[in-house]
Design a binder for this molecule. Structure first.
Ligand code: ADP
Ligand code: MG
Ligand code: ZN
Length: 461
């Protein structure tokens, strides 16, 4: 119990409408309220944003949030405005008028006792810190007036060139500690192998890490939870050989199990996205409302798609893996991989993409369609790529395994591939070796194994 505990819980309910904290949320809030530097690693959908949004409302001044993508920022701002929180964003797409007004408000906050309501949360992309003298000057003033409450670095793995989403502008964030030494930093990420964690604390100039559970906590407090999510149900389904047959199988799966649900279908190529989306709509007589997302879709169309998806006018987005970071939709009930994951990140990527399902904590399905020909396609794509074949093999072994529980397969993979990872697969209370009881392999009647003859397939490859 801390002196702020009661107030914290009241605000959780009053502003965000949640009855209780999830995972490490409460710990993160407490460490923040205590003025600590914090690194928090929680799975996608775990609720990392609350770890800074709630404390921001409890203390005087403005918390500055650095986030890599405009889409991510606008989503957050929209939710915060709905909750009645005074949050603003300064990005490349902010109009001159809006940005003038925000600067005026920041200036007012920075010149003594502020008149009018304070900006509680200000979101920027890292370029602002790297390139805008004007913005840094505004921060200087806030800092001197004691109105700079905290720096939040979202998707903090982008700092590291070892990470899967390196952004050079994130490296300039070293300025934060150098220029504003007294402002505490909170770094957030979903996947953070040891090397990335090391890079990010070094770049952000955060002091040595101590696990939050340690007896003596000093320096930066590290929170990290299990990657395993109970509400996700994994299935590998056989993929018929013909192009249309595979779409019809998918159509039947969606209409039988997820009629009118929101979902994502990950496709291998941009062309596949287009053709799969079109075929799904046609073959379902328009019952499945699809949209398309990949790197070549123009920005305005992307924004429109996000909006239609949020409003439920588009239900199923057919996308390449470019559709990712910007998604903040809790009720995605299924994620389908129409084709075996491209090998570069293999099972890690597959896990991350399928993890976009069920962020609201309710049950969701993660489906992989597999046929032997796709293995050949992947093999040729990864030919000559260093480590590519090995990665592809991990994905393939997952696809072909009809016996081992999916949870245990992931556990074996993650525990081996990231020996020193701080985002461990399971915490002590979640035994990695107990079958999940609800994946395809846990629910498959044993007599069906015999005629699948799948073990032969693995050996052959
Ligand atoms: P992350 O950034 O970790 O991927 P978010 O912060 O975007 O996750 O939160 C994911 C979803 O979880 C959001 O829809 C949010 O409203 C919901 N959420 C967060 N905290 C709670 C909570 N304590 N109880 C219920 N839902 C929550
Ligand atoms: Mg997030
Ligand atoms: Zn299982």
């Amino acid at each position: 119990e801390f002196e702020w505990s009661g107030a914290l819980e009241a605000k959780l309910k009053e502003v965000f409408g949640h009855d209780s904290f999830r995972l490490c949320q409460e710990g993160i809030c407490n460490a923040s309220m205590d003025g600590r530097d914090v690194v928090a690693i929680m799975p996608t959908g775990g609720g990392k944003s609350l770890g800074y949004q709630l404390p921001a409302l409890m203390v005087p001044g403005c918390s500055l949030v650095i986030s890599p993508l405009l889409a991510l920022i606008s989503d957050q701002i929209m939710h915060l405005h709905e909750a009645g929180v005074d949050a603003v964003m300064l990005t490349g797409s902010t109009s001159k008028e809006d940005s003038d007004r925000i600067y005026r408000r920041l200036q007012a906050m920075g010149s003594g006792p502020s008149v009018g309501p304070e900006i509680k949360l200000c979101y920027v992309t890292p370029e602002k810190i790297a390139n805008s003298k004007k913005f840094l000057t505004a921060l200087d003033r806030l800092y001197k007036a004691g109105k700079l409450a905290r720096f939040v670095v979202d998707e903090a793995h982008c700092v590291s060139s070892q990470g899967h989403d390196f952004r050079p502008d994130y490296q300039k964030l070293s300025t934060l500690r150098e220029r504003f030494p007294d402002v505490p930093i909170l770094a957030l990420s979903a996947t953070c192998p040891a090397q990335v964690l090391w890079d990010l604390t070094k770049t952000l100039r955060m002091p040595k890490l101590t696990m939050a559970s340690a007896a003596d906590v000093d320096g930066t407090v590290l929170f990290s939870t299990s990657l395993y999510r109970k509400n996700l149900h994994y299935y590998v389904l056989p993929k018929p050989a013909g192009g249309n047959d595979s779409i019809m199988a998918m159509r039947d799966y969606i209409l039988n199990n997820h009629k009118n649900d929101t979902g994502i279908v990950y496709c291998l190529t941009k062309k596949d996205c287009e053709s799969v989306a079109e075929a799904l709509t046609t073959l379902s007589d328009g019952k499945i409302k699809t949209g398309v997302y990949h790197a070549d879709v123009p920005d305005t169309r992307k924004e429109m798609l996000h909006r239609q998806w949020r409003e439920g006018r588009v239900k199923v987005v057919c996308a390449t893996i470019a559709f990712g970071l910007g998604i903040d939709k809790g009720d995605v009930r299924f994620v389908i991989h129409h084709t075996l994951r491209h090998a570069k990140k293999s099972l890690d990527g597959f896990y991350q993409e399928s993890g976009r399902a069920g962020r609201d904590g309710k049950d969701a399905d993660c489906v992989l369609y597999y046929r032997a020909q796709d293995a050949t396609r992947i093999a040729s794509l990864t030919y000559g790529e260093r480590g590519g074949q090995e990665k592809a093999l991990a994905m393939l072994a997952f696809a072909c395994d009809v016996e081992e529980c999916r949870k245990i397969q992931f556990a074996n993979y993650f525990n081996k591939s990231s020996k020193l990872s701080f985002s461990s697969w399971a915490t002590a209370e979640e035994d990695t070796l107990t079958r999940c009881g609800h994946c395809d392999n846990c629910t498959r009647p044993p007599e069906t194994l015999e005629h699948l003859g799948v073990r032969g397939r693995v050996a052959a490859w």
